[in-house]
Design a protein. Structure first.
Length: 295
């Protein structure tokens, strides 16, 4: 992309006390143009660039496209296996060379990335973090005030014999305290079936991304058993798709209505609203009632 800064931009200063740096760089939510100028300069001066590829994605953009946009030779995939095994390869390289670790959204919003920061510090590797927009702050686009959100929850895909619902208790707790709840919906990228995992076969399942409808289906099923009134037909919810992109979709409405809405492609999120809204929240949400697209 010609509108991105080129590689001869001024250095951001990699050395810290004579040591090389592990850069943790947020890419934002929209597309390859959302990286900050400082983040792009760090990427272009790094000897190795990794892209974390399992806690979130930039739909429609692969590593080759990002490498071309950022004017770097190669971007290496940092999949679940690499990240959760301790990122030894990445950290070993960061001892003697600048390394960039790219994260969709903000670098420190996921526990996995905090663990990487700690591992680097334990090896006496300097770390520099370059922040960016994430769902944790951009969710304000739905019209709800950020300070009125309680604990964020993750809703995982249910599987045969595994149907966790502890996230429901956290939504209940938030509701009782008068808080909204942001629900992050599961994504499955480069996952193995139980059989292939047991047999040690590197065969991966097709990617899956939980939709607002699927999340509400699980939420309403737990509601039938627990009866806390979290997901009654009339409960106000907000569905969000492709937050931060040009085609983002935000729709608010009763739970029963929202469950039938088609939000299109990934990524999706869900907000369970508090029982009472601030006057400004009520006015904002009117622009996002079911069927209205956010611009």
């Amino acid at each position: 992309r010609s509108d991105l800064p080129i590689s001869n931009s001024p250095s951001v200063g990699g050395l810290v006390d004579g040591k090389m740096v592990l850069w943790m760089i947020g890419l934002g939510l929209g597309d390859d143009g959302d990286i900050t100028v400082k983040g792009l300069r760090a990427v272009q001066q790094s000897a190795h660039v990794y892209l974390e590829a399992y806690t979130s994605i930039l739909p429609g953009l692969d590593r080759a496209s990002l490498a071309a946009a950022y004017n770097v030779p190669e971007i290496i995939e940092a999949d679940r296996e690499l990240v959760e095994s301790g990122c030894d390869e990445m950290l070993e390289r960061a001892v003697s060379e600048d390394v960039s670790f790219l994260v969709v959204g903000d670098p420190l919003c996921a526990t996995t990335h905090t663990d990487l920061w700690l591992r680097a510090k334990q090896r006496n590797i300097p770390v520099k973090v370059i922040h960016n927009a994430s769902v944790m702050n951009a969710v304000a686009s739905c019209g709800l005030q950020l300070y009125r959100f309680g604990e964020t929850v993750s809703i995982p895909f249910w599987q045969d014999g595994w149907r966790p619902d502890s996230w429901y208790d956290k939504i209940v707790k938030n509701k009782k305290a008068g808080y909204h709840t942001l629900c992050l919906l599961d994504i499955k990228v480069k996952e193995q079936s139980v059989e292939n995992l047991m047999r040690g076969r590197k065969i991966y399942e097709p990617p899956r991304f939980m939709t607002v409808s699927q999340a509400l289906e699980q939420l309403r099923e737990v509601e039938k058993n627990r009866g806390e009134g979290i997901a009654a037909d009339s409960s106000l919810m907000i569905g969000i798709a492709r937050l931060g992109r040009d085609d983002q979709l935000i729709a608010a409405g009763p739970c029963a209505r929202l469950a039938d809405e088609d939000f299109g492609g990934p990524l999706h999120s869900l907000v369970v609203c508090a029982n009472e809204l601030h006057e400004l929240e009520e006015q904002f949400i009117e622009y996002n009632r079911c069927g209205a697209k956010s611009t």
